[in-house]
Design a protein around this ligand. Sequence first.
Ligand code: IMP
Length: 431
Amino acid sequence: MSVLVIVGAQWGDEGKGKVVDRFAAHADVVVRFMGGNNAGHTLVVGNEKTVVHLIPAGVLHPQTICVLGNGVVIDPKVLCEEVEGLQKRGYLTDPAQLRIDERAHLILPIHRMLDQARERSLGERSLGTTGRGIGPAYEDKAARRGLRVIDLFDEKYFREGVERIVAERGLVLEKLYGGTAPTADAICEEYAVYRDRLGPYVTDTSSLVADKIAAGRRVLFEGAQAAMLDIDHGTYPFVTSSNTVAGAVGTGAGVAPRHIGRVLGISKSYTTRVGAGPFPTELEGGVGAKLREVGGEFGATTGRPRRCGWFDAVVVRQAARLSGLSGLAITKLDVLSGIHPLKIAVAYDCEGVRYDRVPSGVRSLARARPIYEELDGWDEDLGAARRVEDLPAAARRYVSRIEELIGTPVTLISVGAEREETILLRDPFLL
Ligand code: IMP
């Protein structure tokens, strides 16, 4: 089977971009199936850094078709900027390289305003969203008043839809949060420009992807965020507004489940989280600060410092079960050099009860105390390792302990941000 799904196994920012970029070189199509520009991938090629938020990380390979599936929420302003930015650097010169699904929902300026106003009004109880309007856009989708990419091409329908959204959501923005809603006229005028710019990329991507799969082409599905941010299976309510587990490929790209075979999960060699919500293995100060500094743990989308902590096998094991991981990629192993000893959470103690899975109640999770196992650290710089045998024995032991605890083979180890700074154990397309 030539279909591979790549998903985050923690709370996001695991380095999916680098892994997708690497396998996109061997893929005919890379598809995003959920989330929006709350994601952010930093791609490093040579001395050049490229950050993409919406367009799949495969975009740097000119022969790879990049698809934004129906499950993605699209902010057309951001998408236009991203397209232009990439084109200026010589990428995405052929419009056929980017395909945007007709059924994908649009983020409107009022969604961004609502997201930010709501977060401000929640004060200390805020979720720490990215403020990009993701939640309010999915809310309108579920409320059946959302506008989709296809609607841009029916002026009358689009205008009526915008008027309805502005009337309903504007009331909340103004009366509840003291904001000022944009007028329907202003939105329609702005979005007519995006319609013209994005028109050449719009199509029915579900049938395009089906045709590619039927033809035996290599199709890679690029997840955004991660298992613990899944709206159903994550640490609700501190989650994003879509499903992030591998099953979301079915609905978010219009692909039947029987086509989904291999799933590669991505996990850092430690844990990070941005935004609010429980994080059992979080380390404040000391090792946590070192991980943030050495690992460059600041958000690609918002620049926020990430919370850092020990590797949590409970979380990654749960992610492996939820997405049926056939392989695990461990990123940023190099960041752990010089930390002694290393710790891995193998279970939680929740008020005297041992938990081998993530408790469902957010308050129980907040009170969970990790049960740690200690492992020897190492001092060597790992950046030059290209084979497992190049790693110090303690680093090999650390990786194989993770493998045992998660019950999933480690197929890739990343030892730096560059494309080449990777140890590939198995081709995930062939798992
Ligand atoms: P939203 O997706 O902007 O609504 O944010 C909801 C939660 O998901 C917040 O805690 C965000 O910090 C988190 N989040 C959203 N996207 C990402 C991501 O790409 N990486 C890490 N955290 C994310």
